[in-house]
Design a protein around this ligand. Structure first.
Ligand SMILES: [Zn+2]
Length: 86
């Protein structure tokens, strides 16, 4: 997972995801892929969770949209915001 600084520099939001291989996918590519019916899952510490399209970045006042998120019930290590950097 990679993050990029928001336009107003108050926080960082997810900007790209990485797969097992050396390739990373920009946020928009992941969203396009989900819309085409691909399944994306996080995998961390042996747990996995579905990634889905979310309305917008959860940070207060941020309008980056669409965004992606995992299910609220995900374990902390599996939460999209807490994935290992790559
Ligand atoms: Zn944001």
């Amino acid at each position: 997972m990679r993050k990029a600084l928001s336009a107003d520099a108050t926080h960082r939001h997810v900007s790209a995801l990485c797969t097992a291989g050396p390739i990373h996918y920009d946020l928009q590519e992941v969203i396009d892929s989900i819309r085409e019916g691909e399944r994306w899952r996080t995998l961390a510490d042996g747990h996995s969770a579905d990634i889905h399209i979310a309305g917008a970045c959860p940070h207060d006042g941020c309008t980056l949209s669409p965004y992606i998120a995992t299910d609220p019930g995900s374990t902390e290590s599996n939460n999209l915001e807490n994935l290992h950097r790559c």
